[in-house]
Design a protein around this ligand. Structure first.
Ligand SMILES: [Fe+2]
Length: 357
């Protein structure tokens, strides 16, 4: 027997005082034991303490064992506590009902020390194992998430280092995107019913929006002054190059790639315009993914308020007047309307990042 088991606690529920006392005597040498003489008292006890296992009599006046376990399984706080039924009634249907309701095991009365201890010990060990596994899975998930975030940052920095002057661009656009996503999540407008996971994917993958620029030559990417039509046509290809890079990763990852699907959406659609005059596919209106429409706002706002080889810095008010002027042309009018208050927060972000850019 595991020496640590004494740290576990058991709640014993039985209306028969003799049985209750016997169960306490059997289990006390190993566990901390709490006793409740009815289902109602057991539920009241659980409001204050959470035992590691419950031994529950089936036949009790008032709430019977089946009613008690139903209540436990309905409540997220208690539903994972293992329940063992105690009953004097033999019969497969009783056993089946108990297991169907979520009991982990079934002990027939009259009880014996050996059987009660063996069953309780077994389920306590199983529960310990389950909890350890749960902790391990959540640690591994967290570690995987951190690795994913680091790789994202590395990829985003690769783009930033090639595209002179955009080091802060990725950090700022990610922050603008986060503000926009949070606003849409909060407003729950029927046109933008994004769920929190999609929102998180948009925020994270916004860092990759210009990943395709790694495939654009330096003399075009870093050219000061105005680009020729041919050069601009080359720049436009960063959307399709980027989408291809991500598509290759999706193919390798298979079903595990929901995040990358959102990243590809953003990469391919962040230069589409609401009126259909954008690139690369000339999508219009609601055909442009929400993620792409959000990224267009963050990207353009930051381009306007940052210094680039071909232009100076604009103030927040100047940038906003251009964005409002382009509403319905470049930007989704309803989205811009919903974001009015959020745009006020953009100004502070811009100042904060420019101080360290
Ligand atoms: Fe871009």
């Amino acid at each position: 027997m595991n020496a640590n088991l004494t740290s576990h606690s058991i709640l014993v529920v039985d209306d028969d005082a003799t049985n209750l006392r016997m169960l306490q005597e059997i289990l006390r040498p190993i566990y901390k034991v709490y006793a409740a003489p009815s289902g109602e008292r057991a539920l009241a006890f659980l409001e204050k303490q959470s035992p590691d296992l419950i031994l529950l009599d089936v036949e009790m006046p008032g709430m019977n064992g089946y009613q008690v376990i139903k209540k436990l399984k309905e409540n997220p706080r208690f539903q994972s506590i293992p329940v063992l039924f105690l009953t004097a009634q033999e019969g497969r249907d009783k056993e089946e009902t108990a297991l169907h309701l979520g009991a982990v095991d079934y002990i027939l009365k009259p009880i014996t020390t050996g059987i009660v201890r063996a069953r309780v010990n077994l389920h306590i060990e199983l529960e310990d194992y389950r909890k350890r596994l749960e902790t391990l899975v959540s640690q591994k998930t967290e570690s995987l998430r951190n690795t994913q975030d680091s790789i994202l940052d590395i990829l985003a920095n690769v783009t930033a280092w090639r595209d002179s002057g955009t080091g802060g661009h990725i950090a700022r656009t990610t922050t603008y995107t986060k503000l926009v996503v949070n606003c849409l999540l909060e407003k729950q407008h029927p046109n933008y019913l994004i769920n929190p996971q999609y929102g998180e994917h948009i925020i994270k993958s916004s860092k990759l929006h210009d990943i395709g620029k790694v495939a654009i030559s330096d003399n075009i990417l870093l050219k000061p002054g105005k680009l020729t039509t041919e050069e601009f046509d080359e720049i436009k290809k960063h959307t399709t190059f980027g989408a291809q890079i991500i598509s290759d990763a999706i193919e390798n990852l298979g079903d595990d790639s929901s995040f990358l699907h959102v990243a590809r959406e953003i990469v391919i659609s962040h230069h589409e315009w609401w009126d259909g005059s954008g690139y690369p596919n000339g999508l219009a209106g609601n055909d442009i993914p929400i993620s792409g429409r959000i990224m267009a706002i963050s990207d353009i706002y930051d381009s306007l308020t940052s210094e680039r080889p071909y232009k100076g810095i604009m103030s927040h008010d100047e940038a906003m007047s251009i964005i409002y002027r382009e509403t319905g042309g470049h930007f989704d009018p309803l989205m811009i309307d919903l974001l009015k208050d959020t745009f006020l927060l953009f100004e502070g972000v811009e100042d904060r990042f420019h101080a360290t850019d």
